[in-house]
Design a protein around this ligand. Structure first.
Ligand code: HSE
Length: 309
């Protein structure tokens, strides 16, 4: 390693967190991609290597490339960058695969130039990658990847990101049934209007969740992890969703819902032991119906993207 090269860990993220469609997200500790970003004399941006997945190396067709180009356009840097992407997060899994690549590219480039841009600016570059991936420049995965912990997108226009406290004993379980759901497809099935009655329930829960996270009130967090708007529609795409959720809650999870646009299912629990039991119970349920799944239990990642030299 030299000062012209950085090796980083880019965390997976859970967007929406039940009641915060497109506005809430959190970063995970033990699931993520690895990227190597290199400063080179030859001007321009190149993706030199991708492992773990079949993805385009053409920069304008790759989320890391598009985010990186936005970064370079805004910077005074006249030389070039090379990017290597080592994917561990599966595409279409619902835990922020595109966000990890887009956020990682701009975070790494920024670090190599001595951090000329703020986290807030990096989120805006990374959102260009999300736009390419799903057709919508949502920030609820890239913001927690870059800021760490929990984040709230208070507003998109103008963009306003609020970092939220992470309670010490909170752990996440993630179950990925081995099917692929494209974010663009699972957005198309959503309704574009909601009733006032559903709105009242949803913003009550969103306020309750944010308050619960700051107060470290685990019961309030649990009561607030409810989605009246998106989950009833999207859960139809996820085999066994209702049974897995029931099992997670029965095993002691504070709450359980769809991770991002699915098909991964997440649960939040107080303490690692409960979270491990919840993960095991959810995974076992899928095994009983012969559905292969990847199962994780992980801390919430307060560090965000980090140097992994
Ligand atoms: N908020 C986005 C969605 C997240 O649910 O479509 C996608 O990861």
């Amino acid at each position: 390693m030299n000062k012209n090269e950085i090796k980083i860990f880019c965390p997976a993220t859970i967007a929406n967190i039940s009641c915060g469609f497109d506005v809430l997200g959190l970063a995970l500790s033990s699931i993520g991609d690895e990227m190597i970003i290199r400063k080179v004399k030859k001007p321009g941006l190149r993706i030199t290597r991708i492992t773990g997945q079949e993805l385009p190396r053409e920069v304008t067709k790759n989320v890391a490339g598009v985010a990186g180009l936005a970064f370079m356009k805004a910077s005074n840097y006249k030389e070039g960058f090379e990017i290597e992407i080592h994917k561990k997060i599966k595409a279409g899994s619902g835990i922020g695969s595109s966000a990890a690549s887009a956020a990682g590219a701009v975070w790494g480039m920024n670090a190599l130039l001595g951090n000329p841009f703020s986290e807030f600016e990096l989120v805006q570059f990374a959102m260009k990658g999300e736009q390419l991936a799903s057709g919508v420049a949502h920030a609820d995965n890239v913001a927690p990847a870059i800021y760490g912990g929990f984040t709230l997108v208070r507003s998109y226009d103008p963009l306003d990101i609020v970092k939220i406290n992470t309670p010490k004993e909170l752990y996440a379980s993630v179950i990925h049934p081995q099917i692929e759901v494209k974010t663009a497809d699972s957005r198309k099935i959503l309704k574009t209007s909601i009733s006032l009655a559903d709105g009242i329930k949803q913003w009550g829960n969103l306020g309750g969740l944010v308050a619960g996270l700051f107060m470290e009130d685990y019961d309030l967090i649990g009561r607030s992890l409810v989605d009246h708007i998106v989950e009833p529609i999207r859960s139809i795409l996820i085999p066994g969703f209702d049974e897995v959720k029931k099992e997670a809650l029965k095993t002691g999870a504070l709450g359980c819902g769809i991770s991002g646009s699915g098909p991964s299912i997440f649960a939040l629990s107080k303490g690692r032991v409960v979270a491990q039991n919840v993960t095991d119970a959810m995974s076992k349920l899928y095994e009983n119906i012969d559905l292969e799944n990847d199962a994780y239990v992980t801390e919430i990642n307060k560090e965000a993207i980090r140097n992994n030299a």
